[in-house]
Design a protein around this ligand. Sequence first.
Ligand code: SIN
Length: 319
Amino acid sequence: MAANVDLSTNVAGVKLPNLFYNASGVMCQTEKELNQLIESDSGALITKSATFLPREGNPSPRYTALPNGIGSINSMGLPNEGYEYYLNFAKNYNYNNSKGKPLFISLSGLSVQDNVNMITAFNDADLPCILEVNFSCPNVPGKPQLGYDFEGMENALTVLAPLIKKPFGIKLPPYFDIAHFDIAANIFNKFENLAYVTCINSVGNGLAIDVETEQVLVKPKDGFGGLGGLMVLNTALANVNAFYRRLSPGKQVIGVGGVTSGKEAFMHVLAGASAVQIGTTLKEEGEGCFTRISKELSEIMASKGYKTLDDFRGKVKTP
Ligand code: SIN
């Protein structure tokens, strides 16, 4: 790690010893995996998106890396242990014994009422974890992504934000139109305790085909699945920067998408990210990627004379 470089950051008023953690969905379904994240060099951890009841998810094969390091496709369908499992994990989470890492809990109710019920249970437990509501899973048949239904998303936030009371985040799908960035940001700015948005979830409903077998590469939904990894980097950077420019002061953006090395992490922060999540690279390389990418980012920062993330966050230049 380069000397004199500080990778610490704050999200929703909570300190992270460094800016990197897992993208929800990778290495975070079971207690064993979550403990692996605690042991790793990540700066935080987030759980797999929980539904009210446990789910097995979609039939396999439902994830595969794509050739030449371009990324991955998944159609997991929210396999998870049910919210009570993650509530229990949060109750037992030992903040003194977890290298100072905050715990984020991802919730993905299949209805607003499911989210209300899960949030109520977390409120009753009164825990220091940070809640993140996932409005963007593209893989549950019959359940469109709420992030693409602006009216539905605003209605959901109108119910959920006052209920959560504390600072919280939401996970967004990628947007591809300037008008949509404007509409979405206007909605988010209405909710004071909406502290951050996580951009981006996978680019939904891509199709990967194997030339030799002439088959699609994942089984569910006739092969349609969410794209992640390097091929989504530029869409992720655009979403991070679009919301960084539009959100009210104090609101933050968490960047996710396309981080394979310190270079892409540097770009995410330059675009405005307060923290950076890693999905496909974590899945393919394992938790050692946090050590490697932290070192690479530190070296880039040192070579440019930056000591903290604040020195360059959001300062991407335009000609
Ligand atoms: C999945 O479980 O299908 C992925 C989760 C997500 O995209 O939010």
